[in-house]
Structures are given as structure tokens and as C-alpha cells.
Design a protein around this ligand. Structure first.
Ligand SMILES: [Zn+2]
Length: 300
């Protein structure tokens, strides 16, 4: 009898190990997707492991079951309500193609055609979207900003050989780098806390497809003297926002929503680190910030 008892005990212990190892879902993260996952296209230069992680991030977003009633948050992002359906739709309209870190200038764009509108109407100076260390960059917006003052509609040439006509920053082309995957919170890159930090960055980049006229793409402003990101070099230190609804405010708002949603998936240390990232991003919105029209530009 004894061996049989031992066998039953072994079987039970395996069963219990399996049930303990089952993925635990938080109150705000549903086991089944709440909405359909966003479909994003990846250029050939994006490594498979980065694509897998980003797909996991978008999967997390589709499972997010939040219903936040906060007029300030809604105003910053530009939504009437904050729930999975609206957040996923908002991102899907602004993030369409992801290109890899090795995406080089030579691939980036070619002058395609002059548009008929008076180029003078589009002449203006622009500042780089970011001169600081970047985890990601809104390449579609950069190409649009580069070509618009010249009166050209440009093609953005991907590494996979296809081209995207950039008539608007809403082409939603974002370049990602390994910095996006560096551990900014304790744990693995697969952890939900790390996933949420990346999602915050994706929403930030998506915010660069907003805006028109003088604030097209919501280019960052120079952080003032005394600010942690101030740089005396006139070409550096563009890591702040003048707009109430600029990319940093959008990214940090998303991160605050996700922080609440992380529940038991984030341990105390990770929550502390997330709070630190949130506090940093909060300082990027300059005093005297104003709300600016987020409607995007589009060359007809
Ligand atoms: Zn930015």
C-alpha cells in the first residue's frame, strides 16, 4: 500500500504545483481580452524578441478592464471616457508601423512629389522631437516635419522594401530601440510592470502624431535652467512639454492608469519604481502649460 500512497502523494503535488503556477490575473486584467488586440505592422529590422514583447504589451492592453472617471485624464489624452475600448482605439489610430533601431537615415525618406498648396503656408522652423536619450522616436512625425517646410510629400522607405506615403504624422511610424527594453523596473522584461512602462512610451510616441500648425507633432520644448533635464547646449535638453496635452502628459497619464491596474502583478519594489518614473515624467510639463488643439495635420 505504501508505494501507492506515495504515488498518490506525488500526483497530488504535481497537480498542486500546476495550479500554483497558473497565471494569476488581477482585478483589472481579464483572462480573456476585453477588446480586440491592436494590429501593428513590424518592419523587417525589428528583432523577433522585441516583437514578441511588444505583442505581449498590446495583449495586456486588450485585457485591461478599467473604467476611470477622471476628467483631467480624459482631457489630456483626448477621450470622453477612459476604458479599454477607447484606449485601444486611440492607440490603434496613432501606432501603425514599428521600425527597428537599425532603421537608418538612408532608408528613411525620399522626396516624392511637391504638393500643390503654397509651401509658404507650411514654412516654419521645427525642433527635433527629442535630443535626449530616446527609447523610441516618432519617425513618421520627423519625416513629415522635415518634408513639410520644403513643400514635399515624402515616402518613408522601410527596410522591408515597402514605402509609406507621409501625408500626415498619423502614418504612425515609430522607431524603437533597445532602451525601450532595458529594465527600468526590477524583474524581467516579461513582467507586467516592465510591459506597462513600455506601453507608457508607446502612448507618448502616439501623442506625437497629434497637433497642427505651430504645434504639429507636439515637439518637445527645452527644459529651463534648474530643471533636471536642462542642458546648456542650445541643441540639447528638449525633454519638456509646453502643452497640457503633450506627449509627456499623455504618457504619464497612461502610466498612472496602468499603475493602478497592476495590482498584485507588480510587487512593492516595482510599484515604487513605477512611482519614480511617474514622478520624473510629471516634472516634464512646464509651468504655464496650455491645452493645444490635438487634431492632426494632413496634406490633402
Ligand atoms: Zn517625445
Amino acid at each position: 500500500m505504501l508505494p501507492l500512497v506515495r504515488l498518490i502523494a506525488v500526483v497530488l503535488s504535481i497537480v498542486s504545483a500546476i495550479s500554483c503556477g497558473r497565471k494569476k490575473y488581477d482585478e483589472h486584467i481579464r483572462e480573456t481580452p476585453v477588446v480586440e488586440k491592436i494590429s501593428v505592422r513590424y518592419d523587417s529590422g525589428v528583432p523577433g524578441w522585441q516583437k514578441d514583447l511588444l505583442e505581449g504589451d498590446l495583449d495586456n492592453l486588450s485585457r485591461l478592464n478599467v473604467n476611470v472617471s477622471n476628467a483631467e485624464y480624459a482631457n489630456i489624452i483626448g477621450l470622453s471616457e477612459i476604458n479599454a475600448s477607447q484606449l485601444n482605439r486611440w492607440l490603434s489610430e496613432r501606432l501603425k508601423v514599428i521600425v527597428g533601431e537599425d532603421f537608418q537615415v538612408k532608408y528613411r525618406y525620399s522626396y516624392k512629389q511637391r504638393f500643390t498648396s503654397n509651401p509658404e503656408a507650411f514654412s516654419e522652423t521645427y525642433t527635433p522631437l527629442s535630443a535626449a536619450v530616446t527609447n523610441a522616436e516618432n519617425t513618421g512625425g520627423l519625416v513629415y516635419l522635415k518634408c513639410k517646410p520644403l513643400g514635399y510629400i515624402c515616402d518613408l522607405n522601410l527596410m522591408d522594401g515597402t514605402a509609406i506615403e507621409v501625408r500626415t504624422p498619423r502614418v504612425g511610424v515609430v522607431r524603437i530601440g533597445e532602451g525601450l527594453f532595458s529594465p527600468r523596473v526590477e524583474g524581467n522584461r516579461e513582467d507586467r510592470a516592465a510591459s506597462f512602462v513600455r506601453l507608457g512610451t508607446l502612448f507618448h510616441e502616439a501623442g506625437h502624431t497629434n497637433g497642427n500648425g505651430a504645434h504639429v507633432c507636439f515637439a518637445h520644448a527645452k527644459c529651463p535652467p534648474g530643471h533636471a533635464y536642462y542642458d546648456p547646449d542650445p541643441d540639447k535638453g528638449y525633454a519638456c512639454d509646453e502643452a497640457t496635452n503633450g506627449p509627456y502628459p499623455i504618457g504619464v497619464t497612461i502610466l498612472k492608469i496602468l499603475y493602478e491596474a497592476c495590482g498584485t502583478s507588480c510587487n512593492a519594489r516595482q510599484k515604487e519604481q513605477l512611482a519614480g518614473i511617474i514622478a520624473d515624467y510629471e516634472t516634464r510639463r512646464l509651468d504655464g502649460h496650455t491645452y493645444k488643439d490635438p487634431r492632426p495635420e494632413r496634406i490633402p
